[in-house]
Design a protein around this ligand. Structure first.
Ligand code: FAD
Length: 470
């Protein structure tokens, strides 16, 4: 049970937010405390839905005055138990969706934090520009959540992570003061770059209410589904494709054969684009101003890959529909894996050159604890980012995974660390990885993070217990 809120706080918050801006309906509170994956259940005594920066600031001031802790929330699609309240009030940003400005000549747009990623992509498109961030949860994930987790996705290779795409932010600080850092400037060397403090802070340092983003020229894409023998060949092929196509390589995703089988078994209407005995596939996307340029670059790169013995077979999408069918397989892996059986999922990164050795070492170390384990290793290999899942089929004869979950997870994290990697490549820390990171990251980094948190949020009311404990 969550502690009851001070009556004076409740009365003032309701008054401030108006009837559309708050709820204590148990069904709505349960929904707000249940993340997309449903893997961890939280609880909250109050749902606040501010409609403007002024309302959000007044609410945060009220929280500070009454020492009421809050969890900022966007689409609640985060995967590390960061945006799900655990006793805090839930501050949902989903009413703040206005497009404040689009400036195609400055290649920038300013949008409020509760807008979804898809709506931001559409806003850019309507101005004949591209907003390149793209990921599986884009219909629900909000700009504020994506900034707060410094989200990655499938176009990082070319455009960078969310941090690289923001030019300015508007943030309500834990005191209730508003920092108006909205700016379309690309050059602005005026001391500490505060926006980067809030990107990836997972709502622990302030409530993001709006952001100015970079826009890019629109592009045409060429997409290929490629059969490759081993992770070693995948890494060599990445280098070769980039030698041919340079920065126009937008996506380079690794997909194992067993994941394709899981998706095809789970999702009606899907089929293996290029059945083959080899164990690995790569989904490659190249983008250029004109479609024929993209296709020519991709074709030349794949021919060179075949000559080098790295490409066993390949299909270049002949239409947008076929490209979408390739991507559907890739994007369906997380859900179809759940249908397959038990899974321990990690979002890790290691230096690209070390990926083949890491996979061998980590699989062997995990199998020592869970002999019946199998692996689904997929994701943004072009960024050195693997979604490393240890799986066990439902109804395994001798199930070992669940009983050994803790040691398996620790084994994966220790192996990642030994390979110079990160135990959170793009999903963030939340409550899920906070303690493991305190164990694995250099103590000086944890101390610096605590100092920043305490300086900005001395009352510890802004998403307490996420990222770093104080
Ligand atoms: C199917 C699926 C695919 C995904 N694919 C990817 C992927 O490819 N790459 C990737 O990086 N991630 C991926 N994710 C996870 C990703 O973290 C989230 O999709 C997204 O970044 C979170 O946005 P959200 O609005 O749902 O935020 P929430 O889940 O609501 O919150 C996430 C964090 O941000 C904080 N927060 C939210 N809004 C604000 C705000 N306005 N101000 C301050 N703090 C705030 C919350 O407190 C929390 O700590 C995927 C998730 C799903 C479900």
């Amino acid at each position: 049970m969550t502690a009851p809120l001070p009556p004076a706080f409740l009365a003032a918050a309701k008054d401030l937010l108006g009837p559309k801006g708050w709820s204590d309906d148990p069904e709505k509170l349960t929904a707000a405390a249940t993340p997309w994956r449903g893997t961890f259940q939280g609880e909250t005594p109050f749902l606040a839905r501010p409609a403007s920066t002024a309302e959000a600031a007044a609410l945060v001031k009220l929280c500070a005055a009454h020492r009421v802790a809050m969890t900022p929330q966007g689409g609640n699609t985060g995967l590390v138990d960061g945006g799900t309240p655990h006793g805090e009030i839930c501050v949902s940003m989903t009413r703040m969706t206005a497009v404040r400005e689009v400036d195609p000549f400055n290649n920038s747009m300013t949008i409020e934090a509760g807008a979804t990623l898809v709506s931001a992509q559409e806003t850019a498109d309507a101005a004949s520009r591209l907003f390149p961030l793209s990921l599986g949860s884009q219909g629900t994930a909000t700009l504020g959540g994506l900034i707060s987790t410094n989200a990655g996705g499938v176009a990082v290779l070319r455009y960078g992570m969310m941090r690289d795409l923001i030019l300015g932010l508007e943030v309500v600080l834990p005191s209730g003061e508003v920092w108006d850092g909205l700016s379309g400037l690309r050059k602005n060397n005026t001391g500490y770059d505060l926006k980067h403090l809030f990107a990836g802070a997972e709502g622990t340092l302030g409530l993001i209410t709006a952001a100015t983003f970079k826009l890019f020229p629109k592009v045409q894409r060429a997409t290929a589904w490629v059969i490759v023998a081993s992770p070693g060949d995948v890494v060599k092929l990445l280098a070769l494709v980039r030698d041919h196509a340079g920065d126009s390589v937008t996506s380079f995703e690794i997909i194992p054969a067993n994941a394709v089988a899981m998706v095809v078994a789970d999702i009606p209407g899907t089929r293996d684009p290029l059945p083959a005995n080899a164990e690995w596939r790569v989904l490659i996307e190249i983008s250029q101003p004109r479609a024929e340029q993209a296709e020519a670059l991709l074709t030349a790169a794949l021919e060179a890959g075949a000559e080098a013995g790295l490409v066993q077979d390949a299909a270049i999408a002949a239409s947008e529909t076929q490209a979408k069918a390739f991507w559907l397989i890739r994007e369906s892996i997380p859900l179809s894996k759940r249908a397959y059986g038990a899974a321990l999922n990690q979002d890790i990164s290691v230096p690209i050159s070390r990926i083949p050795a890491f996979i061998d070492a980590c699989n062997a170390a995990v199998r020592a604890h869970a002999p019946s384990a199998d692996f689904v290793i997929f994701g943004h290999v072009g960024d050195g980012n693997l979604h490393y899942s240890v799986v066990e089929p439902a109804g395994a004869a001798v199930p070992t995974l669940k009983a050994h979950a803790e040691i398996v997870t620790r084994t994966v994290f220790d192996t990642v660390t030994a390979f110079g990697g990160s135990i959170s490549a793009e999903h963030g820390v939340g409550r899920l990885k906070r303690d493991e990171l305190a164990r694995l990251r250099p103590p000086a980094a944890t101390q610096a993070m605590r100092a920043i948190k305490t300086a900005l949020d001395p009352l510890n009311i802004m998403n307490p217990g996420r990222v770093v404990s104080v």
